[in-house]
Design a protein around this ligand. Structure first.
Ligand code: PGA
Length: 230
C-alpha cells in the first residue's frame, strides 16, 4: 500500500526560533510518524537549511518560489536555490498568494516549469476554479512529468469547515478527467487541503481516491499533526 502524503504548510505561524525548536523537540516522534506516512515539512525559506539535518526520513518543501530564472528579482527565491538547499517539493499557486500577491495562473505555470527544470516536484494548489487555474499549466507542461495537486476550496481554508466527502470526490474526479483529456502525459497525485484537523480527519480519510492532505494551522501543533497522521 502506498503511504499517504501529509504536507505541513507552516505559512508564517511559527517564527524562526519556534520552527527550529519544533523540529528539535519532536525529531524522534516525527521520524516515527514516517513509518506509515510520507511527511513533507514546509517551513519559511529562512528555516530550510537549518531544519534539513534535523529531519530524518522527512522531505523538505518550500512554500513558494520565483517564477523567474536568476536575475533582477528583488526578494524572490529561485528554484535553483531551493534545489541546492535539498528542497524536494514546493507549494505553488496557494490561494493566499493568488489573492495577496496577485499571482496569476500564468505565473503559477512558470513556477511549475522552473521547479521541474531542477527536479523539484510542484505541489500545485487549485480551488473550485481548477479548470481555469490549470489551463496555463497544461500549456507549458508538454513532457511526461509528475505533479502533486492540492485541492483547497478557498472557503475551507482556516475556517474549520470542510466540504462533504461527496463534494470533494466529485471535484477530484473532475480534476482527474481534466488531466486525462488535456495532459495525459502528466501523472497527478491528489491531495485535499482546508481545515484538515483532528476533528475533520477521520471523515476525510474515508475518501479512498485521495493520496494525502495539505495541512496548514494544525500542522504547527505537534499533537494535532500526530493525531492527523496516525
Ligand atoms: P488550514 O490551511 O489547514 O489552516 O485550513 C490549509 C492551507 O491553506 O494550506
Amino acid at each position: 500500500m502506498n503511504k499517504k502524503f501529509y504536507v505541513a504548510n507552516w505559512k508564517t505561524y511559527l517564527s524562526h526560533t519556534q520552527a527550529i525548536t519544533f523540529c528539535k523537540n519532536h525529531a524522534q516522534e516525527l521520524e516515527q510518524l514516517t513509518k506509515n506516512a510520507s511527511l513533507i515539512m514546509c517551513p519559511s525559506f529562512t528555516e530550510l537549511a537549518t531544519i534539513k539535518p534535523l529531519l530524518k526520513n522527512i522531505s523538505l518543501g518550500a512554500q513558494n518560489c520565483s517564477s523567474f530564472e536568476a536575475g533582477a528579482h528583488t526578494g524572490d527565491v529561485t528554484a535553483q536555490t531551493l534545489q541546492e538547499l535539498c528542497v524536494q517539493y514546493c507549494i505553488i499557486g496557494h490561494s493566499e498568494c493568488r489573492k495577496q500577491y496577485h499571482e496569476t495562473s500564468q505565473d503559477v505555470a512558470q513556477k511549475a516549469l522552473r521547479l521541474l527544470e531542477v527536479g523539484i516536484t510542484p505541489i500545485l494548489c487549485v480551488s473550485d476554479e481548477h479548470e481555469n487555474e490549470l489551463k496555463p499549466v497544461f500549456e507549458v507542461l508538454t513532457k511526461s512529468t509528475h505533479l502533486i495537486i492540492a485541492y483547497e476550496p478557498i472557503w475551507a481554508i482556516g475556517t474549520g469547515k470542510t466540504p462533504t466527502n461527496q463534494a470533494i470526490e466529485s471535484t477530484l474526479n473532475a480534476i482527474k478527467a481534466q488531466f486525462q483529456t488535456k495532459a495525459p502525459q502528466v501523472t497527478a497525485t491528489l491531495l485535499y487541503g482546508g481545515s484538515v484537523a483532528p476533528e475533520t480527519i477521520q471523515e476525510l480519510k474515508k475518501i479512498t481516491t485521495l493520496d494525502g492532505f495539505l495541512i496548514g494551522k494544525a500542522s504547527t501543533d505537534f499533537q494535532k499533526l500526530k493525531n492527523i497522521v496516525e
